[in-house]
Design a protein around this ligand. Structure first.
Ligand code: PLP
Length: 361
């Protein structure tokens, strides 16, 4: 098989061969007892990982489609978006393009989502849905879900809370039921450590009930349709069965590693990367206290020739990141999630060390 560089980009992330092999398990029918027992295993596994009793839908497309599942099934009056990077901005754009009354709080990139402005705007009563990205992959910023949860529980219990956890789910602890998140979504190519093209979400009762009151939701993303098949342990359309075998394998690996150990590993890898960066005189892009545990976004204040480093890394078998969206060329990101363990990260950072030494930095 052709060898490609080992991925050190924040998605798709590295998938080792023992996981790739599982994806070629022979197919099973999508209306059979076999698939129902596979789905049952995956749902129970994800519920444990997300600390929730909420329903888990398995979805055979990218997470971007789940942004629209969330909004189409919840927005009646208007939606309040919090944009602090490329993905949160794109989600707000998707709401606008869907024709929803959309208000967007724009934070400077590098900053986390804060409660004050949300509170001020929810107070107007014009918005019945709040949407935000937990871990902004473009900036490496992780926002504090606890603070927002407290605000919503205390002052706006009827507001539906949609959270994108594309680059945090399965890498960072998210206690869904305690926080009261109505819709938490992710695709599989980041901290789940699987190929792209498949997504999962947890859906609260409140959202399921709200969906029933809305019309013009279309068919493909209608929660009422999903719910009907969920109750039969099936999916509405023919799913990507290889991804389901992959998810089963990852859930088994998470159980073997121990869920708390998994959260700890991601924090430790983040600390290790930050220490490495500071030893080289580089600085974090995110504001103090809001850096992600699954990827580290660095300002290139040492003016390293990132394109040259990229070239050298490719020669050594690694694919690096050189920034995303408005930050392309200004930052570089080091992912440390999913199937990346300490030895993988050390190998990568040591290779960069060798390169920067060669380049006389
Ligand atoms: N949200 C965030 C935070 C992301 O990082 C990404 C992709 O990188 C997406 C959404 C879009 O995910 P997908 O490509 O699965 O639609």
């Amino acid at each position: 098989m052709q060898e490609f560089p080992k991925l050190f980009i924040p998605g798709p992330t590295h998938v080792p061969s023992e996981i790739l092999e599982v994806l070629s398990t022979p197919q099973i029918g999508h209306r059979t007892p076999e698939i129902s027992s596979l789905i049952d295993f995956i749902i129970k596994g994800i519920q444990k990982i997300l600390y929730t009793k909420n329903h888990i839908y398995l979805v055979s497309h990218a997470a971007t489609g789940l942004w629209e599942m969330g909004t189409k099934n919840s927005v009646q009056k208007g939606i309040l978006h919090c944009s602090n990077g490329a993905f949160s901005s794109k989600w707000a754009l998707s709401s606008k393009k869907n024709g929803f009354k959309t208000r967007n709080i724009e934070y400077e990139w590098g900053k986390a989502v804060k409660v004050d402005e949300i509170d001020k705007l929810l107070k107007t009563g014009q918005y019945d849905v709040l949407a935000m990205v937990h871990n902004e992959t473009s900036t490496g910023v992780m926002s504090d879900l606890d603070a927002i949860s407290t605000l919503l529980k205390n002052k706006y219990p009827s507001v539906v809370w949609l959270v994108d956890a594309v680059s945090s789910m399965a890498g960072i602890k998210i206690d869904v039921d305690r926080l009261g998140i109505d819709f938490l979504l992710s695709s599989t190519q980041k901290a789940w450590g699987l190929p792209a093209g498949f997504s999962v979400c947890s859906v609260s009762n409140k959202l399921i009930e709200k969906s029933k009151t809305l019309s013009n939701k279309g068919y493909f993303l209608d929660i009422e349709v999903y719910e009907k098949y969920y109750l039969k342990l099936q999916t509405p359309t023919t799913p990507s069965i290889p991804h389901m075998f992959g998810l089963k394998k990852i859930i088994e690996l998470i159980e073997l590693e121990g869920i708390e150990n998994r959260w700890k590993r991601h924090i430790e890898l983040s600390e290790h990367t930050i220490k490495w960066a500071r030893n080289h005189g580089q600085e974090l892009f995110p504001d103090k206290g809001c850096h992600s545990f699954t990827l580290t976004c660095l300002k290139n204040i040492q003016n390293w020739d990132i394109d040259k480093i990229n070239e050298e890394l490719l020669n050594k078998g690694f694919r690096m990141d050189r920034g995303y969206g408005n930050l392309k060329g200004k930052v570089f990101r080091i992912p440390h999630m999913g199937n990346i363990y300490k030895k993988d990260l050390e190998e990568y950072l040591t290779t960069i060390d060798d390169i920067i030494c060669k380049l006389n930095y």
